[in-house]
Design a protein around this ligand. Structure first.
Ligand code: IMP
Length: 178
């Protein structure tokens, strides 16, 4: 596979679609086991998670539901700090088993600001499924319960992740060439 140029940066092949598929099958197997009979509600965070969420959801063999939201992030006041609110969350989460689906947990800032809003709605449980984590970049107290790949602290594109709007459609994952 060849390097790709996106805007001003060169990215090199990193994780192939075949390996991605294997990990998704294994992650779906765990969720099938952990959530049998619980009808989990997967909540995908747009835009980045849409491909991962679709592939993962398709492999679930248990009764399950899916919905998508967008997060709006703003600075808030000095007392509220960084605020993240959900756009498009229409489901009643009360008593439901929630699996938040993310493309990547980088610093963890987005999820740590957003999780309180989920907990306020009194779900039965909340877990996080993410395609990627960058353990060396993590700065907030966010734990991914299900993760396909732990990667080094470098920028990646493909499989739903973008660099300034481009690259989401690549079936494989690419990493910034140094
Ligand atoms: P966090 O709040 O720092 O965890 O950032 C999470 C968000 O930043 C992700 O949902 C992505 O949209 C974006 N992001 C972080 N790292 C990357 C990357 O390597 N490639 C593309 N997007 C990224």
């Amino acid at each position: 596979m060849a390097d790709v140029l996106i805007h001003d940066k060169v990215f090199t092949p990193f994780i192939s679609r075949e390996i991605i598929r294997q990990r998704i099958l294994s992650l779906a197997g765990k969720i099938n086991h952990d959530y049998a009979g619980k009808n989990p509600l997967m909540i995908g965070i747009l835009n980045g998670s849409f491909i991962f969420a679709a592939d993962l959801f398709r492999e679930l063999a248990i009764e399950s539901e899916i919905s998508f939201i967008k997060l709006a992030s703003y600075k808030g006041t000095s007392t509220t700090g960084h605020v993240v609110t959900a756009i498009g969350m229409e489901e009643n989460l009360h008593g439901r088993h929630i699996i938040i689906v993310e493309d990547i947990v980088d610093t963890g800032k987005t999820l740590s600001a957003f999780l309180p809003e989920i907990h306020q709605r009194q779900p039965a449980s909340v877990k996080i499924a993410t395609f990627l984590t960058k353990p060396d970049a993590l700065k907030f107290d966010v734990k991914a319960d299900y993760c396909c790949f732990e990667i080094e602290n470098k920028f990646v594109v493909g499989y739903g992740l973008d660099y300034d709007g481009l690259g989401r459609n690549f079936p494989d994952l690419y990493i910034l060439k140094s």
